[in-house]
Structure formats: structure tokens, C-alpha cells
Design a protein around this ligand. Structure first.
Ligand code: UDP
Length: 331
């Protein structure tokens, strides 16, 4: 069986490629390398550089390879950037999905697992958030992903392309053997920013807002290890290939940590003081996001191995400490 991983040179994509290769799968990676890293891709995967908005590129790859299923990560995912440049998000994320579905339809590829996000829920009314809760995004990134879910639904109805939408909460950590990890330019995510301060490659950290209605006034998020997340994609594809219908699943730990708690945990893991200041709120940030993730556990039999945030931060720290410049291929 050949699996195409779109965005397989990115953070979550590269960890999924590595897990697929470990499981003995035949893997093809498609990535435009705008944000991804060629060096992050397991050498056992066949690599094609190109853009999912390019129908000609997709059809060339789908003609050359017999693809049995797709895992799709190729998207922009920075909330503040999406607030400033929403059309970039609708073009790449939503528009890219339309081109991809056209190519899948043309080449008879019937299964796709795709990255959705907790950001599709917006500011939740109830915590923990269930898959059936209202989806009312507070930023264009979440809106672009919600549109992708809806488009996939209608492509399923019309063409029988079955999908699993995995709604991620906050992803962190790195491959425990130190081979790959998180390397974004610019970095905007809390844990890598904290660890860059700890590693001495960044001067300081600003916590965005401490006047939210939470335990200490800072935002609360639900963290999952990137390898556990990668494994959920493999289970989701197997679920579709076993003949199950399209569905959406939250991927989280059902536990929330405030930004200050994450900072404290990182100080403990690294043994570094990690100076921080409190700044204004960041536009588009919901105050609390915690997943109900029992559906993925029962239906997909997903069993995350990392159940505490310090262990997650420890794998990320191992990567950042050993590779402060990341893959070293981007400025
Ligand atoms: N955050 C912060 N300072 C930073 C980066 C992030 O206080 O330099 C906060 C952000 O406002 C949010 C949390 O950390 O409350 C997680 O943000 P991140 O960008 O990592 O993930 P998101 O929740 O947006 O997917």
C-alpha cells in the first residue's frame, strides 16, 4: 500500500512519515518546502517538491505513483498571520483542498485523513469541547479549516471520497531519538518560543494577556505529543480503509494547562530561569481550549503514550538544546 503525505516535510507531517516508515509502509511525500524542511523527510520516502494548488503537479505524481490513501498536512497554520492575511489562508488551505479533491476524484483515490483544528470551534460554550459542539471560528485560520471540512463532506456525498478530519488541539514535542523536531520560521508557538529562550537563541518571552477568565488569567490549552498525533493519523487511515464512514475526531489530552503553567513546567524541565513578561492579548485567541478526546480513543483505539506535559516538553527540549538552529536550512 502506498500512502501520500502532503506537507510531509513539515512538523507534524515529518513525524507521521517517520512513524509510517517504521510501520513498514510505502510513503510518498509531496511538499512545496515553503515552510517544510527537506532534511526532515525520512530518506526512505520518495519526495516530490510541488504545491497542492498545482493540479498539473498533483496529476503527475498521482500518475507516477499508485496512491491508496492520502494524509494531508499541507496548510498554513499561524493564527495571528491569518488575522492579517486571511486570503492567503483561504487560497492555500481551502483552495488547495479543492484542487486536491479534484485530483483525487480524477485518479480514483478514495481515502483522506486531514488536519483540522480546535480553532474551528472558536470560543467554546462548554469545556471539554465535543466533536458535536458548534463550530464558530474566531479567526481566518479556523474558518479556512472549517470550510475544508464542509467541502470534504460534499465531496464525500458526490464522489464517495471518504475522510477523517482530525481536530488537533496544541501539538508539541519532538521525535524522542532526536532526529526531527519543530522548526518554524518565524516561530510563533508557545513551547518552542519558551525553549528558544532557555537555549539562549531568543532574548525573552511575552505571555499574551493575563486577564482571561481562567485559573491564573492566561490562556489555557490542551497539549498532545507530536508522535501520538502522528499515530492517530495512521489509525484514522486504517479506519477508512476498513470501510468505515467519514468522521471527525478531536485529538487532545482532556487536560488544560495555562500559559504560565507551561512556562513553569519548562523552567523545571530545563533548569533555566526563562525570563518572561506579560503583554497584551493576541487577536483571535480563545481563552480556553480543552478537548473531549474519548471518541478517538474508543472509535480509533488511539492510545497516546505521553500523558504529562513535562514529558512532552522534555522531548522538545532535547531537540532544541541539541539543534538550536533547527534543520539549519531557513533564515
Ligand atoms: N503565546 C504567548 N506568547 C507567545 C506565543 C504564544 O503567550 O510568544 C500564547 C498564545 O497567546 C496562546 C498559547 O500561548 O494562548 C498557545 O499559542 P500557540 O501559538 O502556541 O498555539 P495556538 O493555541 O494559537 O494554536
Amino acid at each position: 500500500m502506498t500512502i501520500a503525505v502532503l506537507g510531509g516535510a513539515g512538523y507534524i507531517g515529518s513525524h507521521t512519515v517517520a512513524q509510517l516508515i517504521k510501520a513498514g509502509e510505502d510513503v510518498v511525500v509531496l511538499d512545496n518546502l515553503i515552510t517544510g524542511h527537506r532534511r526532515a523527510v525520512d530518506p526512505k520516502a520518495r519526495f516530490y517538491q510541488g504545491d497542492i494548488r498545482d493540479y498539473h503537479f498533483l496529476s503527475q505524481v498521482f500518475r507516477a505513483e499508485h496512491i491508496d490513501g492520502i494524509i494531508h498536512f499541507a496548510a498554513f497554520s499561524i493564527v495571528p498571520e491569518s488575522m492579517k492575511d486571511p486570503l492567503k489562508y483561504f487560497d492555500n488551505n481551502t483552495g488547495g483542498m479543492i484542487t486536491l479533491l479534484e485530483a483525487m476524484h480524477e485518479f480514483g483515490i478514495q481515502h483522506i485523513v486531514f488536519s483540522s483544528t480546535a480553532a474551528t470551534y472558536g470560543e467554546p460554550k462548554m469545556i471539554p469541547i465535543k466533536e458535536t459542539d458548534p463550530q464558530v471560528p474566531t479567526n481566518p485560520y479556523g474558518e479556512s479549516k472549517l470550510a475544508m471540512e464542509k467541502i470534504m463532506h460534499w465531496a464525500d456525498v458526490a464522489y464517495g471520497i471518504h475522510f477523517v478530519a482530525l481536530r488537533y488541539f496544541n501539538v508539541a514535542g519532538a521525535m524522542p531519538d532526536g532526529s526531527i523536531g519543530e522548526d518554524h520560521h518565524p516561530e510563533t508557538h508557545l513551547i518552542p518560543i519558551i525553549l528558544q529562550v532557555a537555549a539562549g537563541t531568543r532574548d525573552g518571552l511575552q505571555i499574551f494577556g493575563d486577564d482571561y477568565p481562567t485559573k491564573d488569567g492566561t490562556n489555557v490549552r490542551d497539549y498532545v505529543h507530536v508522535v501520538d498525533l502522528a499515530d492517530a493519523h495512521i489509525l484514522a487511515l486504517a479506519y477508512l480503509q476498513a470501510g468505515h464512514p467519514s468522521d471527525a475526531f478531536n485529538l487532545g489530552s482532556a487536560t488544560g494547562f495555562s500559559n504560565l503553567e507551561i512556562l513553569e513546567a519548562a523552567r523545571k524541565v530545563t533548569g533555566k530561569p526563562i525570563p518572561a513578561t506579560i503583554g497584551p492579548r493576541r487577536a483571535g485567541d480563545p481563552s480556553t481550549l480543552i478537548a473531549a478526546s474519548d471518541k478517538a480513543r474508543t472509535v480509533l483505539n488511539w492510545q497516546p503514550h505521553y500523558d504529562n506535559v513535562e514529558a512532552i516538553i522534555a522531548t522538545a527540549w532535547q531537540w532544541h538544546e541539541a539543534r538550536p538552529e533547527g534543520f539549519g536550512d531557513k533564515r
